[in-house]
Write a protein that binds this ligand. Sequence first.
Ligand SMILES: Cc1ncc(COP(=O)(O)O)c(C=O)c1O
Length: 398
Amino acid sequence: MNVSKYFSEHIKSSMKHEPPGAWMPVVPEGCVRLSSGFPDTSLVPVNDLQQAVTRLLNEEKDLPLHYVGSPKIDQLQTWLLNRMNERDIHIKLEELLVTSGACQAIDLVARMLMDEETWIVVESPTYMEALEIFQNYTDRILTVPVDKNGILTEKLEEMLAKRNRENQPLPKVLYTIPTFQNPTGTTLSFKRRKHLIELATTYDFLIMEDDAYGELHFDEPVQTLKSMDQTGRVFYIGSLSKVVAPGMRIGWIAADQQWTETLFRFKKDLDHPFAQATMATYLAGVNWTAHLVNLQSLYQSKCGTLLNALSAHMPKHVTWTKPNGGYFVWLTIPGTDTADLLEKATEAGVSYIPGKHFYLKQEDGLDQMRLSFSAADENEIVEGVKRLAGVISSWGRS
Ligand SMILES: Cc1ncc(COP(=O)(O)O)c(C=O)c1O
């Protein structure tokens, strides 16, 4: 049966892109996974979550297993609200929408704002799943490069001014991961944060601030765009995936009530009462500050191990970013196509994600790659970097 003739025009148009997840390398057994943006296994609170489930079901019996019913769902919202307040994001309960991870939050905002005619802006490079989501709605995607201080707001301004002068449509929304970006690990400077907010007002666009890694700072916490936003232009998107467990699928949107009410109207997954109630039970029993300090120090140590191993083993022409938090380091290897190199690297026992997958145009980022220090342990990180350095050094000579 030719199913495609039944597709809506909208779906037909988004089917022309690569299938989702095509970027995910096949990682053979025994390979060091520098590709995976997963939390460290030792930091996923299995026992605490197990106890939370037991406690929840003992206390509430079948309540959390119904469509609605557990009072813990409200408690999760209150917890998130308090955490937002502690992070200087002062919102009301009506301005918070709990979602199935940050991905659903991105998808919901995209669904609300974007159709085929809509222009949007993304960082270049950016989180590939967000790109996949946006391409389900529009192909009118503008890109602005990122350097070690985040998105180049000067370049953004030039682009906006030019489009304005030439009467070209202006973008409706900009998607950014300003803090410990995926994939580069870089953070938008305070000066550029201010500039970005000013530009949003001047050129009348909205901002999606994806803060999936914001809590994982190695130094001082970084001020969010949302906390600097006076005009209600910022959709703050949070996630507990990187700081508790991605399989729990807990994320949220903090935005003005008009937005959250609209988003709520077409969020038709009926929520995930059991996951939300379990998360609330877990959070009620955890010292969040101590929990974060533990995560931050372990990831900082692993990041240091990765950076030291790169300095010790990489050939001279290779360069990389030095993140102050998050999960990722971004490498540039002039003259090497990292997609071609991947097969050799996995044969040698190390995986990574080729840079091109984080770009709208896959002819960009050919000589770049994303390494993650989150999932592998410290010994594996060192071993993985040695293997990778060996493959890079011999590449071109074979
Ligand atoms: C920037 C960014 N946003 C969102 C996500 C996904 O978050 P969630 O698991 O909450 O959907 C990720 C996961 O890799 C990410 O890197």
